[in-house]
Design a protein. Structure first.
Length: 189
């Protein structure tokens, strides 16, 4: 498991406007992949899944997984991901048969949650293909994401979360293009 990096200089803040920009960029880039559904990992991936799915004209499906048990900034990654199998079984039953899936989340810290979800999808649904996209990727992660917005080395506050109790908030810089894995298609200009 990779170790997340925290410089402890700030708490990055993703504004609602930058969130919408990133969601639209992800939808534009993933349109070529033509997923049959967008899978949002609850909690943080749900807002992104809803926007991307709407843009692509496909269903948004919510799966539940928990990596960081306590809520708060700079929690240590445990590497243990708890899947809500009862909820997830029902959610996965609604997926279109033999389609490609796009899994989205707010952040890739270590990659453990994304790995657990993609493994679950492969084992239970057998999709034609699975791609992953997140808003932010911690610089310590070596998980092979397909696309993401920002590389970060500090905690990120997302628009749907309560304000953090401590830490200096600093807005993430404007996003003009997505990052993607080497060898992956580059986003359209």
């Amino acid at each position: 498991m990779t170790t997340r990096v925290f410089e402890n200089r700030r708490v990055w803040q993703l504004t609602q406007g930058e969130f919408l920009t990133a969601a639209c960029l992800i939808a534009d880039q993933e349109a070529e992949f033509a997923p049959g559904a967008v899978i949002g990992i609850a909690r943080g991936g749900v807002p992104l899944a809803e926007i991307v799915a709407e843009q692509l004209g496909v269903p948004a499906v919510v799966v539940r997984a928990r990596h960081n048990a306590p809520v708060g900034i700079q929690q240590a990654a445990t590497g243990r991901v708890l899947l809500d199998q009862r909820h997830n079984d029902g959610a996965l039953a609604a997926l279109p048969a033999a389609s490609s899936l796009l899994v989205v989340d707010d952040i890739c810290g270590s990659g453990a949650t994304l790995q657990a979800i993609t493994d679950m999808l492969t084992a239970t649904v057998g999709p034609d293909g699975v791609r992953t996209a997140v808003l932010c990727r911690n610089e310590g992660s070596d998980y092979p994401l397909d696309s993401w917005g920002w590389d970060v080395a500090d905690w990120v506050h997302f628009p749907w979360e309560p304000a953090p109790e401590s830490g200096r908030l600093e807005a993430l810089p404007p996003l003009t293009r997505l990052r993607s894995r080497p060898g992956e298609p580059r986003p359209r200009a």
